[in-house]
Design a protein around this ligand. Structure first.
Ligand code: C5P
Length: 237
């Protein structure tokens, strides 16, 4: 597969065209951002760790029957994906209260959420990814009601698969964000799943093992990502 010109550079990943019009190359960079890109840092090994982490998780989700854009690893920091028409909507499921939910509602961090919640956010940095709902998504054409229904069902299905996976590694899947796109008419999971886009706590100590370590200046960010990976059977060598 031939890597061609850059299509898009996000805050942590770059996307490249290939010689196949239906395939793209995702490159995971060492860049890390928080607070809508206000804080940027380069963390050694992060691109490699997140690329391998994402490959492992996408494989698990595919095995469970969830359609994903992931085709295969290309190098330590690159993978090949299907070219989706991305929907500008972020789907968030929460099993335990943390982050923006606590700020928004004044609820205590750590409260178990039963049933798990589902939220939609508009992918728009300039507007700071505002929370939206199905009515707004339909009216403004960000996603159709059918697409929203499918995204919600798939996001919860991901929860069943990954909650169990992380539980086996002694961790709690607190929350996560997914993005979807359309490939040949089908809703397909896109973007990435890594500790950059989810919250994972040690089940016993509740130690944070995800991007909150960066957001909150706790240090040991990539060491924590690697620890999570090791606990679920990923090798980063
Ligand atoms: O900030 P908030 O609490 O709403 O985030 C919920 C989950 O979604 C967290 O795991 C966070 O890492 C993830 N998220 C993300 N990208 C965003 C917003 C949230 O990965 N733009």
């Amino acid at each position: 597969m031939e890597k061609r010109q850059e299509l898009y550079a996000g805050k942590a990943k770059s996307v490249y065209h290939t010689d196949d019009p239906d395939r793209l190359i995702l490159e995971f960079r060492d860049d890390t951002s928080a607070f809508d890109g206000e804080r940027m840092e380069s963390l050694a090994r992060k691109g490699m760790v997140n690329n391998k982490f994402n490959a492992f998780i996408m494989g698990k989700l595919q095995e469970a029957g969830i359609p994903t854009h992931f085709d295969g690893l290309l190098s330590d920091t690159e993978c090949v994906v299907k070219k989706l028409d991305m929907l500008p909507v972020e789907c968030v499921v929460r099993n335990i209260a943390a982050g923006s939910l606590c700020r928004r509602l004044g609820v205590e961090e750590g409260q178990v959420l039963t049933p798990s919640t589902f939220e939609l956010f508009l992918k728009n940095d300039a507007q700071h990814d505002p929370m939206i709902n199905e009515s707004l998504a339909e009216t403004f054409g960000w996603a159709t009601p059918e697409q929203l229904k499918e995204m919600k069902a798939l996001t919860y299905k991901v929860n069943d698969v990954l909650k169990a996976l992380f539980e086996e590694g002694g961790m709690l899947l607190v929350d996560y964000k997914l993005e979807f796109g359309v490939f040949k008419g089908q809703i397909v999971l896109g973007d990435e799943f890594s500790p950059d886009g989810c919250r994972l706590w040690d089940a016993k100590t509740r130690e944070k093992l995800d991007k909150d370590r960066f957001r909150q200046g706790l240090g040991g960010v990539i060491e924590a990502y690697e620890e999570v990976g090791r606990r679920i059977g990923i090798s980063f060598d």
